[in-house]
Design a protein around this ligand. Structure first.
Ligand code: NAP
Length: 311
């Protein structure tokens, strides 16, 4: 285990929030060290065409956008460790962070580990991700213009996906495992009234079907176990997001869903002075690359103020 000097700023996470924090931190002479994780780049690595990130009038592929952000951070001498955090101690000063091969100490910390979409967990689902199966209507809905899609889930996120897709797609079928939605009544009412939206209750997807791209799904009734097949162009899985905060348990206050609790709610400060958050790891609402990037920038401003006051 290699022992390191005391850093001014460590950033955990390398999605838009973490890399924007790195760019601002590096330019502000905080000489940031980014613990990028083994799956560096965040959710955009799973997205194909990104048409809504400002500055790319012809769109950009998610992995390329992340590669460019990383190059931009490297241009200002940001250092990267491509390992996951193994343990963290926020009760000691400077903070102590261990990765597989490094023991690191830092005066300030930005947590930007993001959230991961929850998937159904079927082997065939993995095969068709990016080839008809998505977890983000805003990112991928456009590719299903005038086509038939399924949205899986019965919460607010699913209803929002249905709202969005019903304006683009020929028709949208909501597949929900129970016969009652947990979404807010107002959202349910909005989608219920749409002529191209229909509902399939007490049903789950048990297999995604097709050759090179998705062509259909095998459905199972949660009532009697009966199986059926449905031809479909796309499936949007909207069964929730899970913030990547398992490594923070017992160190930082998390809400009941695992999101980092901010203090005050509209800032990047956490309950531990010197520890800041940016992006989806504490954002249940906006969850966009551009809002995460904005939060990364804000977090660095707050770090600078914190470090100034330490002197
Ligand atoms: P959620 O409220 O936890 O709903 C997840 C839905 O997915 C539930 O209907 C659940 O079914 C279903 N589900 C979970 N696991 C499943 C599985 N393995 N197979 C099939 N279905 C499964 O998650 P969310 O909709 O992402 O919302 C998360 C939070 O963000 C909530 O607090 C929500 O209010 C908030 N949010 C708000 C808005 C808004 O516009 N205000 C938009 C998005 C999110 P069951 O109902 O049977 O459990």
């Amino acid at each position: 285990m290699e022992k390191a000097k005391i850093e001014k700023l460590i950033i955990i996470g390398s999605g838009p929030a973490g890399l924007t924090a790195a760019i601002y931190g590096a330019r502000g002479n905080l000489i940031p060290l980014v613990i990028a994780g083994r799956e560096a780049g965040g959710q955009l690595i799973l997205t194909s065409d990104v048409d809504d990130y400002p500055g790319f009038d012809q769109g950009i592929q998610g992995p390329e956008l992340m590669a460019r952000m990383r190059k931009q951070a490297e241009r200002f001498n940001t250092r990267f460790i491509n390992e996951d955090v193994v343990s963290i101690d926020l009760k000691t000063r400077p903070f102590l962070i261990k990765t597989e091969n490094h023991e690191l100490r830092t005066k300030s910390l930005i947590i930007a580990t993001g959230a991961s979409a929850m998937w159904l967990g079927l082997p065939s689902e993995e095969r068709f991700r990016g080839k008809g199966v998505s977890a983000c209507a805003v990112c991928d809905g456009f590719f299903f213009k005038d086509k038939s899609v399924i949205v899986v889930g019965g919460g607010d996120a699913a209803m929002r996906e249905v709202q969005y897709l019903s304006k683009i797609c020929k028709n949208v079928t909501v597949v929900h495992r129970r016969d009652v939605f947990r979404a807010q009544p107002a959202l349910i009412e909005q989608v219920k009234g749409k002529p191209n939206v229909k509902f399939l209750f007490n049903t789950t997807i048990v297999e995604f079907l097709g050759q090179d791209k998705l062509a259909g799904v095998r459905l199972k009734s949660t009532r009697d176990g009966s199986l059926s097949e449905m031809t479909i162009d796309g499936v949007f899985v909207a069964i929730g997001h899970k913030p990547n905060t398992d490594f923070l348990k017992g160190q930082l206050e998390l809400d009941e869903k695992g999101y980092v609790v901010r203090q005050p709610a509209d800032e990047t400060h956490t309950k531990v002075p010197g520890v800041f958050v940016a992006g989806d790891v504490s954002d249940r609402r906006y969850r966009q690359a551009v809002t995460a990037a904005g939060a990364g920038c804000k977090a660095v401003f707050d770090v600078e103020e914190y470090l100034e006051n330490l002197r």
